[in-house]
Structures are given as structure tokens and as C-alpha cells.
Design a protein around this ligand. Structure first.
Ligand SMILES: [Zn+2]
Length: 207
């Protein structure tokens, strides 16, 4: 397929109004106003709009009239019509929207991938997970036991407000008696939400 980048002109709106023609000097003639919008396109897909412009012509003498040559009363009529149509049509942004969606998907994939260096399914007893709490703090929990895809974890009683040196929180006296049960699904959900900051493998285990 040949990819062509170009600009197209689209007639957005046509209207008539009455006024005095500076060309044929007739009073109260019908003017035709045509409002256009130019947009760039990639082959057939509109990317984004570039500019608005318009044409005014006298239906009596057929002359094209410059906006600047119109009497003030006619200018006001043109302004009012153009003002109603000042927003570019949504479809002229189609290509940009598609490109934006693709970039977002790419970034999301990149983000998930870059945060999926921790094989959660390989977590074992003794491993410590560094994570972000639901309130935006950072803490750790330790895997006490694993049964299939369910983990009994011991929750750290301390939190800190940065993930820097989070592993320093991982000292035995910081862990109380609060145990929780987490499924692999829970952990994966945390990971997808970017809440897993790292895993400290127990010396007993290795990936
Ligand atoms: Zn005229």
C-alpha cells in the first residue's frame, strides 16, 4: 500500500445571509458563505485539522468577496455563523486518536513488561515482597507458607513514604503477628497495578 501524506479541504458548512454587495453595489443581496476546514491525512485516514477558512460570494454578481471588504453588519453575520462552527469536526482527529491509542498500548506493554521481572509464580517461603500499599506507602511482606497458588504472608508493621531503600524495612523485628492470605491472582493484580516494587529472594531459594 502506498502511504500518502497530504492535506484535504472539507466543506463543513454552507449558509446564506443578506447584505450589501461591495462588488455589484446592490443592497440586500443573498451572499453564500462556505466554511471549509483543511486537514492532513495519511492515505485515507484523517490525522488532524490544520486550519479553517471560508469563501463568500454574491449570488447576484457571482463575485467572490473578501471578508475585509464587507460592511460591518455583514461581517458580524459571518462571524456569528463561523463562531458556531469554530470547533473542528471530531473525525478529523481519527488518525491522531489511533496513533495515541497505539502509543498508550505500547507504553502499557512496556510498563507491564518492565515490572514483570519478578516471576511471582516462583515465590517461595522466606521470600520478601517489596510493595506499595493501597494508601501509597511502601512496605514489605514475607512469604510464610505456600500452598499451590495461595500464600500465607507475614505483614511488616512499618511503612515508609518512598520506595528507596525499601529493603531496609525488611528486618525481623519489624514483622508482627499479622498474617494474611494472598492468592497468586492477588499478587498478579498488584503487579499489574505497578504496586510490586521488588522481591528479595530468601537465601534458601533461587530462581
Ligand atoms: Zn454582488
Amino acid at each position: 500500500m502506498i502511504v500518502i501524506l497530504g492535506t484535504k479541504t472539507h466543506l463543513r458548512h454552507a449558509a446564506t445571509f443578506q447584505g450589501n454587495c461591495p462588488h455589484c453595489q446592490l443592497n440586500q443581496v443573498d451572499f453564500e458563505l462556505q466554511l471549509y476546514c483543511d486537514y492532513t491525512h495519511l492515505t485515507f485516514i484523517p490525522l488532524f485539522p490544520v486550519k479553517r477558512h471560508g469563501e463568500i460570494h454574491c449570488t447576484h454578481c457571482n463575485a467572490y468577496i473578501e471578508y475585509a471588504d464587507l460592511p460591518q453588519s455583514s461581517k458580524s453575520k459571518v462571524d456569528a455563523i463561523a463562531h458556531q462552527k469554530r470547533i473542528f469536526p471530531v473525525w478529523t482527529f481519527t488518525g491522531s486518536a489511533v496513533i495515541l491509542v497505539v502509543i498508550c498500548l505500547f507504553l502499557k506493554n512496556w510498563y507491564v513488561k518492565s515490572h514483570t521481572d519478578y516471576p511471582l509464580e516462583q515465590l517461595q517461603k522466606g521470600d520478601v515482597v517489596l510493595y506499595e500499599t493501597e494508601n501509597g506507602y511502601y512496605s514489605t511482606f514475607k512469604i510464610l507458607e505456600r500452598k499451590g497458588t495461595t500464600f500465607q504472608v507475614l505483614v511488616n508493621e512499618y511503612v515508609q513514604d518512598t520506595y528507596f531503600d525499601l529493603e531496609d524495612l525488611d528486618i525481623p523485628s519489624n514483622y508482627g503477628k499479622q498474617k494474611e492470605s494472598l492468592s497468586l491472582e492477588d499478587l498478579n493484580a498488584m503487579e499489574e497495578n505497578g504496586r510490586i516494587e521488588g522481591i528479595e529472594k530468601s537465601n534458601l531459594n533461587s530462581f
